[in-house]
Each structure stands twice: as structure tokens, then as C-alpha cells.
Write a protein that binds this ligand. Structure first.
Ligand SMILES: [Zn+2]
Length: 786
């Protein structure tokens, strides 16, 4: 008998022990996952002091009633009027902040220029009885140009309107509550920027609660905070269904995404940012309708907002300021939290306990140093292979169904694919375990898994402290319970290792479930990496699924090996079954059309027009219009920067180019100052201008706002801007330039909707529209020389 073959738990009734342990983990896992689901929707008959998703939903329908309501459109005027009249109906003095604002961030919508917008924010104050500071409830009321914004962000706006109704139905809060319904978020976050830069109410800062929707369902996740969040997270932990993890804050900081919250956070506001993000296939598309919304998500948004506003409304706000970040995560419907200062000590303790376990296991003869070292090295295999294979799995699915490439995050019904990705993790881990278990021993493999978790706990404590708990706590619990299994009578051992695995399930399972929609199947590696960590943490329970390792060498090896291969075999069958079901269930049809990207550009200089598409894998429908390889269109449309597009010839439409007139032109100290007026000649969502790259722009004022001039489009074009929601009367632009030549100015305006164009054939019902900023764009460009 080889002692090194022994596991921590060797129950007398192995089959029963395995069954009970697995059932316990499955039940706990189910409750852990249910703990991060949104609450039930509430009817319109709910008491007046409560948040009712049914009441809020009437606002959702009103805001989305006129289809897409992009900043500057008539439909957006109607949406704004609904907000203003609702607030005035509640007795609030709602005002419209009408101004021009410069973006705070470079967005893909304006890759080749600085973004500006004419914005009209709705601002109202619910005055407090003895205010200690301001609470800002923020959501954007504009939609993308490609969809009615039934979720994004009618959800946030409506949740705020219903929250204010509930607040005004009872006693006034002590602190001022300021409502900021922003405009032009989709274009350039310009509404939020206009508020923080220009509005008197923003001067003293405060606590911002921003609401967003990047999909149509799922829990409202509190995914971003300002720095030093411990005090606010403490308040958030008191809402009815807190769903948030400090790991999300870390991940979000790494992503290029921004919301209105960014504009507030960057100028020193504190606060919390929440969004629901599942059902992302409808994001920014014509399918983002009120009927697509899971009203439980709206209820979750609003319930949390109302509870937070009530609680913060009664606090001494300056006293909430804290010196550090909290580490926090969801646990069975509650929020566990502790000071971030504990991340390092906990991670170090986890590693110390794992080392103590290894020492004891060696003394007891469960492991040998060489085998343990090999096991530690080979534990990298599932850690790396599972995410890589999950990613390859999705790449394979995309070759089977190329239309998935157009869905930026997830397909319409991602659940079967998520299950398949989890089955890939199980397949990799179980295969790895079955192959190595007899060579290296169950104890060595279990310790190797825990050691990696502990090491990652330290790495995360250094790089992304809010995520350290994810691996440090399971490592600590796994090692401590394994020690207990070795130090207490043998009959308790299964109980101990099940307890250790249970902690891992409770800590990791909700985050795995939240990370699938957060990163999407397009980044399946992210959630599957967390899943493989969970798999490694529960190896002592996985071991129970295999025949006992010791004492059987050479006796019944073949039979034992066959039985040992069963978990991996089951996982393999699950991969195939889930994949086949996913492909069968998630087909493109009328209700779930295959999204396509197409736009049209007319060059007024040459009278030539082109169809353009940013599709990575154009659908059959799109290939009627474009072909070949993607190439930059910088010279034609400088506002697109170096973005590569597919292209094809189009019939020229009778569309007027924007009109540029010179109002003054002076030279002083070798610098030429040109003042021009730029006027769209048709209703336009945006207007752009770029200066020929031979001229150096040293100063620029656009629509009354001075802007930085360091950003250039590339190719023949230098400094430029994208002005969203331009007024019909046009905008003034003043440029100071250094040049000896004539000044070349490339101007473009864009409207939306291709249906009136010559040569355009309407999409069949199962062909949809990609939710991108240039999707359905109709651009007309012209060069002026002055
Ligand atoms: Zn949004």
C-alpha cells in the first residue's frame, strides 16, 4: 500500500458520502446563485411609500414610446417633456440645463476627434429639512440612435421618477436630493460632464447614485464605486437585495467602459454605480424595447435606489467619508464586507495555513515533497487550459453560427452556452484529476489547488485588492478544514472537506454566475477562470466521486480506472448536450434577428457614394452592399479615425452637405485666426469638422467651448471634432492655426436610417441592426478650402 495515495477523507461508505457531500454543495450552490437574482416585480397597487416596478414601467413606456430618442431629436424632446411634467406634477421645480459640453473621455463614436454636444439635462431638487450635503440620483434619458432605449436607460430614469414619487409621499429626507436626468450620454457622456462642469448644484460635490442598463434582465449589480468606498458600501449592505462585489470594481477599472458616473467620480464626487447587464443581445438595438425588459430588474434598481436614498437622506453625509475601500461580496442574499486592509493579512494567512497543511500531510505520509512539487506545477494545466478551451469553444460556435460575431457580448439565449462552458471546465478538471490522481495522490493534488488559490490571493491583493477574497477565502477554508480532517477522528473527515468546499461554493459561485453576463460568451475565459478556481477548491469532494485510491494498485486497476473516468466522461457528454441544445434553441428568427451593420457615406466633392460596414463577418444580407477586406476610411470620413470598414459602391443620393461659411479671417503674430459657421442642411444627429494635417491648430473654440487641440484623425486630416445634437441654426467654430497654405476643412454631418436611399432593399424580418454608433448612419462629407 502506498500511503501517498491517501486522500484527506476516506469514508467507510464512499458512495453515500459522495452523494451527501455533492447534494449539500449543489443545494448551497443553488441558494448562493438564487441570492443574486432580482426580487419579484411589485404591482401598481403596492403601498405609496414603496417602489413599484409596475408604476415605474408606465414611465418606461412613455420614454420609449417614440422609438429611438437620441440627443437632439424630436423624440428626445418628448421624452424630456415627460420627465419635466412628471417632476412638476410631484411639486418639484424641474429645470432644463441647456448648454454645450465637451466630452470627458475619448469614445469610439468619435474615434477621430474630440466630442462635444448640445445637451439638455433635467435637474430638480427635493430640498432636505436640514441638509448636510447633496445626494444626486443620476440616469440618462437619451437613447442610442439605433434603439428605443427601453432599458438603456429608460430603466434608470423611470426608477428615479418612481423613487421621487415614493419619497414625496412620506416625510422629507434631511438631506437635499438632486435629480439629474442627463442628455447625450450615448453620444459622449456630455450631459453628465455639462452638469459637473457648469451647474451650480455640482459645485460642492456629494454622493452620486447612478443607474444604468446594459441589457434587459438580471440583478441590478452595484459594480462601481468612487475611491474610499467603505462608508457607502456599509450603507449599501443595508438595501433589501444587495448584489455587488469589490472584484467588479477592480475589473471595471481595467475596462475601457464609461458611464455618466465617470464624469462625477473624476471631479471628486463619491457614490455608487449600478446596472443590470444580462440579456445584453438587445443592448443599443431596435429590440431594446419596454417589452424586452424583465421588470424584476427594474424593481431591483428602484428598490435599491429608494432604500439607499432614504438611508443616505437621513445620514450626516460628511461623516460617511472613509479612508479606505471595503472588500465585499454577495452571500445568500446579504453582503459580506470587511475593511480592505484585511486583504493582505487574509491572503498571507491562507498561504500559511496551506503550507501548514502540506507540512502535516508530509509528516503523515500523504504526500512526498517531489510529488507535491510536480502536482503544484501541473495544477497550472487546468488553470490555463480550461479558460483557453472555453474561449476556443466559443470561437468554434461562432464558426458554426457566424452571426454571433455581430453580438458584442452574448447571444440572445446564452444560458445553454454558459452551461456548456462550465461543462468544459468540469471536463478539463476531471480529466486532469483522473489522469494524475493515482500517480501523484489525491492529497498532493488538493494541496496544489489550494496553494494556487493562496498564491493568487496574494497576487490579487497586490494588483486588484478587491478581488483577493475570491481565492484567499476558499484557500483558507479549504486548508483549515483539511487540517481539521487530518487532526480529528476519521469519521468527521468528509464533513470537514465538505465544509471547506462549501465555503468555496458560497464565495465563488455567485461571482461565476455574475461574470458570464458581465464579460459575455465573447470573453468566456473570464467566468471559466473563476469556475476552474472553484473546481480546484473542491477537489477533496471531487475525490469522493472516484474509487478509493489506496490499496487497489494492481488489484482491480482497470475497473477502478474506468470508474475514475466517469466524472470526466459525464462532463464530456454534458459539453456536447449543452452545445447541441444551445445551437438548437438559439437560432436567429424574427424575434431574434441576426444583427448586421451597414452605413452610407456620400462624398459631395466627387459626387460618389459608398456603402460601409464594420462587420467582422458580414451576413449574406450585408454582402449585397460591401465586399473585400476592411480598410480605413480616414480620408473620406476623418471622424472615423483609423477604424477599418468594409466598403462597396452605392448610388449617389440627392443629399446636401453641411454648409460652411467664413465669418472672419485675421492674421496676427504669424497665426491665422479663422471664424466659421457650420450649418447642417438637413436634420442631423451630429456634425464633424477636421482640419488638413498640414496646418497646426493651436487653439479652437467650438460652440462657445474651448477645447484641447492635441487629438488628430490621421492620414490627410489633423485636429477635428464631432459635435452631437447640433442646433438647426448651426455652430460657430474659431480656429487658430499655423499654416502658409490654404486651410482645408473636411466637414460631415450624419443622420440615421437608410430606408429612403436609392438601391437600399429593406431587411428581411430575421435580419436585424447592430447597436453601434455608426449603425444605420447616413453621412455626407465635403471639403472646403479657405
Ligand atoms: Zn446607458
Amino acid at each position: 500500500m502506498q500511503a501517498a495515495d491517501r486522500a484527506f477523507a476516506r469514508p467507510a461508505h464512499r458512495g453515500w458520502a459522495a452523494l451527501i457531500a455533492v447534494v449539500i454543495l449543489a443545494v448551497l450552490g443553488t441558494f448562493a446563485v438564487l441570492g443574486v437574482r432580482p426580487p419579484a416585480a411589485r404591482p401598481a397597487t403596492a403601498p405609496a411609500g414603496e417602489f413599484s416596478s409596475a408604476r415605474a414601467f408606465t414611465h418606461v413606456e412613455a420614454l420609449a414610446a417614440n422609438g429611438p430618442h437620441v440627443a437632439g431629436s424630436a423624440a428626445n424632446d418628448t421624452a424630456r417633456e415627460h420627465i419635466v411634467s412628471t417632476l412638476r406634477g410631484l411639486g418639484l421645480d424641474a429645470q432644463v440645463q441647456d448648454t454645450v459640453s465637451v466630452q470627458g473621455h475619448q469614445l469610439s463614436a468619435s474615434a477621430g476627434g474630440i466630442g462635444l454636444a448640445r445637451v439638455r439635462n433635467v435637474v430638480a431638487v427635493l430640498p432636505g429639512t436640514a441638509s448636510t450635503g447633496r445626494i444626486f440620483l443620476v440616469a440618462h434619458y437619451d437613447s442610442a440612435q439605433t434603439g428605443p432605449g427601453g432599458n438603456d436607460d429608460a430603466a434608470g430614469t423611470s426608477a428615479i421618477l418612481e423613487t421621487v414619487r415614493a419619497l414625496t409621499s412620506g416625510p422629507r429626507p434631511r438631506n437635499d436630493v438632486v435629480l439629474v436626468l442627463t442628455d447625450a450620454e450615448e453620444a459622449c457622456l456630455c450631459g453628465a460632464k455639462a452638469f459637473v462642469d457648469q451647474h451650480p448644484l455640482a459645485r460642492d460635490g456629494g454622493v452620486v447614485l447612478n443607474l444604468e442598463a446594459r441589457g434587459s434582465s438580471g440583478p441590478a449589480i452595484m459594480f462601481e464605486t468612487a475611491a474610499d468606498n467603505a462608508g457607502l458600501v456599509g450603507v449599501y449592505a443595508g438595501v433589501p437585495h444587495p448584489v455587488g462585489t469589490s472584484f467588479a470594481v477592480e475589473i471595471y477599472r481595467l475596462l475601457p467602459n464609461n458611464t455618466d458616473f465617470t464624469a462625477f467620480r473624476e471631479v471628486g464626487f463619491t457614490g455608487l454605480n449600478s446596472a443590470y447587464i444580462d440579456g445584453a443581445a438587445v443592448y443599443h438595438t431596435p429590440l431594446d424595447t419596454p417589452s424586452a425588459m424583465d421588470q424584476r430588474s427594474l424593481q431591483h434598481h428602484g428598490e435599491s435606489l429608494l432604500a439607499l436614498t432614504r438611508e443616505l437622506g437621513g445620514r450626516d453625509l460628511p461623516a460617511l467619508r472613509s479612508d479606505g475601500d471595503a472588500t465585499y461580496f454577495p452571500l445568500l442574499g446579504t453582503l459580506v464586507r470587511y475593511p480592505g486592509a484585511l486583504n493582505w493579512p487574509l491572503a498571507a494567512l491562507a498561504l500559511a495555513v496551506v503550507l501548514a497543511l502540506a507540512w502535516l500531510a508530509r509528516r503523515r505520509g500523504l504526500i512526498t515533497a517531489p510529488r507535491q512539487a510536480v502536482a503544484f506545477g501541473l495544477a497550472l494545466v487546468p488553470l490555463l487550459a480550461a479558460p483557453v478551451l472555453a474561449q476556443l469553444f466559443w470561437a468554434l460556435i461562432k464558426t458554426i453560427r457566424p452571426g454571433y460575431a455581430e453580438l458584442p457580448i452574448d447571444p440572445y439565449r446564452p444560458w445553454w452556452y454558459r452551461m456548456a462552458a462550465l461543462a468544459v471546465v468540469a471536463l478539463v478538471t476531471f480529466t486532469w484529476y483522473a489522469l494524475l490522481r493515482r500517480r501523484l495522490g489525491p492529497a498532493a493534488l488538493a494541496i496544489a489547488g489550494l496553494a494556487w488559490l493562496a498564491v493568487l490571493g496574494l497576487v490579487l491583493a497586490a494588483l486588484a485588492p478587491g478581488g483577493s477574497y475570491l481565492t484567499a477565502l476558499p484557500a483558507l477554508a479549504g486548508a483549515a478544514t483539511a487540517l481539521a480532517a487530518l487532526l480529528t477522528p476519521r469519521r468527521f473527515a468528509v464533513g470537514w472537506v465538505t465544509l471547506g468546499a462549501a465555503v468555496a461554493v458560497l464565495v465563488l459561485a455567485p461571482t461565476v454566475v455574475l461574470f458570464f453576463p458581465a464579460m459575455g460568451m465573447n470573453l468566456a475565459a473570464a467566468a471559466t477562470f473563476l469556475a476552474v478556481l472553484l473546481a480546484l477548491a473542491i477537489l477533496p469532494v471531487v475525490d469522493l466521486l472516484h474509487p478509493e485510491a489506496d490499496g487497489q494498485r494492481g488489484l482491480d486497476t482497470l475497473r477502478a480506472r474506468r470508474r475514475g473516468a466517469l466524472p470526466a466522461l459525464a462532463a464530456g457528454v454534458a459539453v456536447l448536450a449543452f452545445t447541441a441544445t444551445g445551437l438548437a434553441v438559439d437560432r436567429f428568427d424574427r424575434e431574434h434577428p441576426e444583427p448586421t451593420h451597414l452605413m452610407y457615406a456620400l462624398d459631395a466633392d466627387t459626387g460618389q457614394a459608398r456603402w460601409l460596414s464594420e462587420s467582422p463577418a458580414p451576413a449574406d444580407w450585408t454582402t449585397q452592399y460591401v465586399s473585400g477586406k476592411p480598410a480605413p476610411v480616414t480620408d473620406l470620413l476623418p471622424a472615423f479615425g483609423d477604424e477599418a470598414l468594409l466598403s462597396g459602391p452605392a448610388e449617389a443620393a440627392a443629399l446636401p452637405a453641411p454648409l460652411l461659411t467664413t465669418t472672419s479671417d485675421t492674421i496676427a503674430d504669424g497665426l491665422r485666426t479663422v471664424r466659421v459657421h457650420l450649418t447642417p442642411q438637413r436634420p442631423s444627429r451630429l456634425i464633424t469638422m477636421h482640419v488638413g494635417s498640414t496646418a497646426t491648430v493651436t487653439a479652437a473654440t467650438i460652440g462657445g467651448r474651448e477645447v484641447a487641440t492635441d487629438q488628430v484623425a490621421g492620414g490627410a486630416w489633423g485636429f477635428g471634432f464631432v459635435f452631437h445634437a447640433p442646433p438647426a441654426e448651426g455652430i460657430d467654430v474659431t480656429l487658430t492655426v499655423r499654416t502658409d497654405e490654404k486651410l482645408k476643412l473636411r466637414v460631415m454631418d450624419a443622420s440615421d436610417g437608410l430606408s429612403g436611399l436609392p438601391g437600399f432593399r429593406p431587411r428581411p424580418a430575421d435580419v436585424g441592426i447592430v447597436g453601434s454608433h455608426s449603425s444605420e448612419m447616413l453621412a455626407v462629407a465635403k471639403t472646403y478650402e479657405i
